[in-house]
Design a protein around this ligand. Structure first.
Ligand code: UGA
Length: 433
């Protein structure tokens, strides 16, 4: 297939590279010249395991190129929309300006026989609105949401756990086109669900809302555990054995962040309110509040452990990214904790294997190091907020030699608590002590 991918961020760059690997001819298009230059040179502009190899191999095969010129889309007949839909600056709704601009720019190059596949996460009702303009050219629209996780994006794109096609009733021709694009996944037996536009859009946001709810549920239990002396990790293990509940996404800690879950639940709430159905998802506001409270809990614990104030104390913050195996610091709980502690007067030294450059752009006021040893040396308190293997695997005995105060707050319940206590540390977890 001849494919164009509009938008070459986390989603589009991986999608374009993976589609080329699968044998399609792909052009990736983005307005950001610096991003296109780096991608063309085989260098992803962000950290994603496996992407450098995939990108280099796809470019070398001659089936992948990148450009800022949207006219290149004229060579393709399948066009993926993979631009961002960030939270608006003045509210909770999604900002659709990049989606609208992508369609505006694409319209002159599409016509009968072309399929536009929308991958961006959009408020329900967007596809129906865009379809009218697309269909006026003779092209067709399919809403084809993406479920990839950062850190596993290559795997999730090549071998997704499901494919969803939202299309006009009876548009079998467009479904057949996407079947050809995804032939590899379909041969592996990937479930394929064909829906209308609204259902496909809702599948995406409801999946993220469910995941966010699951995390906030266990974090709410952590709050109750803190009031009662119970242990939320054991609780999660025990309820997780019930396969109806499941253990995954039940890790209590400093909560969820990133470019998707937080803004998606807010945009979903805003859209439901527009539809007069705000009540149906009012619980998502609670999910958001629980999540944000966990960040404050870390700062409160830090103050309590340092005698009521962190002022002038050196705090080693381990992790700034929203999760390990990513350099993404968007809405990162870890970075938020570091900034709050700094705001309370602490001397914060934040370490991260991949996220320092992005964190520094957002919060230049913090001191950053790539090597955790520099953060740990002489620290009065250690706070683990992103569970990078480099940090969860720290030797508590050797680490104790580096610090001034052997107190650790495990914001991800990811350390071997007994080993740290045995090495002489005072250990504080989230929803367990
Ligand atoms: C999320 C979804 O998992 C993907 O399916 C979806 O495609 C993507 O958003 C998107 O909409 O594009 P991602 O943002 O990469 O993927 O991150 P997750 O792995 O979902 O983690 C989100 C946050 O939840 C992280 O901050 C993580 O630390 C936190 N988390 C996760 C917990 O606090 N506890 C858990 O048990 C699991």
């Amino acid at each position: 297939m001849r494919i164009s991918v509009i938008g070459c961020g986390y989603l589009g760059a991986v999608h374009a590279s993976a589609m080329a690997k699968l044998g399609h001819d792909v052009v990736g298009i983005d307005v950001d010249t610096a991003k296109i230059d780096r991608l063309s040179a085989g260098e992803p502009p962000f950290f994603e395991p496996g992407l450098p190899e995939l990108l280099t191999a796809s470019i070398a095969s001659g089936r992948l190129r990148f450009t800022t010129d949207v006219a290149a889309a004229a060579e393709a007949t399948v066009h993926f929309i993979a631009v961002g839909t960030p939270q608006t600056a003045d509210g909770n709704a999604a900002d659709l300006r990049f989606v609208n601009a992508a369609i505006d720019e694409l319209l002159p190059y599409i016509g009968p026989g072309h399929v536009i596949a929308g991958k961006s996460t959009v408020p329900v009702g967007t596809a129906a609105r865009l379809a009218e303009r697309i269909e006026a050219t003779g092209a067709r629209l399919v809403w084809n949401p993406e479920f990839l996780r950062e850190g596993y994006a290559v795997h999730d794109t090549v071998e997704p756990d499901r494919l969803v096609y939202g299309l006009r009733a009876g548009d079998e021709a467009s479904a057949a086109v996407l079947d050809e694009v995804y032939a590899h996944a379909l041969e592996l037996g990937t479930p394929r669900i064909v829906t209308d536009f609204a259902t496909a859009e809702l599948v995406k946001v409801s999946a993220n809302a469910f995941l966010a709810t699951k995390i906030s549920f266990i974090n709410a239990m952590a709050e109750i555990a803190e009031a009662t002396g119970a242990d939320v990790t054991q609780l999660a293990d025990a309820i997780g054995h019930d396969t109806r509940i499941g253990r995954r996404f039940l890790n209590a800690g400093v909560g969820f962040g990133g470019g998707c879950l937080p803004k998606d639940i807010r945009a979903f709430t805003a859209r439901a309110e527009e539809l007069g159905r705000g009540e149906s998802v009012a619980f998502l506001k609670e999910v958001d509040s629980i999540n944000l409270r966990r960040r404050r809990r870390v700062a409160d614990l830090a103050m309590a452990e340092l005698g009521g104030s962190v002022n002038g104390k050196k705090i080693a913050v381990l992790g700034v990214t929203f999760k390990p195996h990513s350099d993404d610091v968007r809405d990162s709980p870890a970075l938020d904790v570091a900034v709050s502690l700094k705001g309370l007067g602490a001397h914060v030294v934040a370490a991260d294997p991949k996220g320092v450059a992005n964190a520094r752009l957002r919060h230049p006021q913090l001191d950053y190091v790539e090597d955790a040893t520099d953060a740990l040396s002489g620290a009065d308190l250690v706070v683990l907020v992103t569970e990078w293997p480099e940090y969860t695997g720290l030797d508590p005995v050797a680490t104790r030699e580096l610090v001034a105060g052997a107190i650790v707050i495990d914001g991800r319940n990811a350390l071997d608590r007994d080993a740290w206590i045995a090495a002489g540390w005072r250990y504080r977890g989230m929803g367990r002590d």
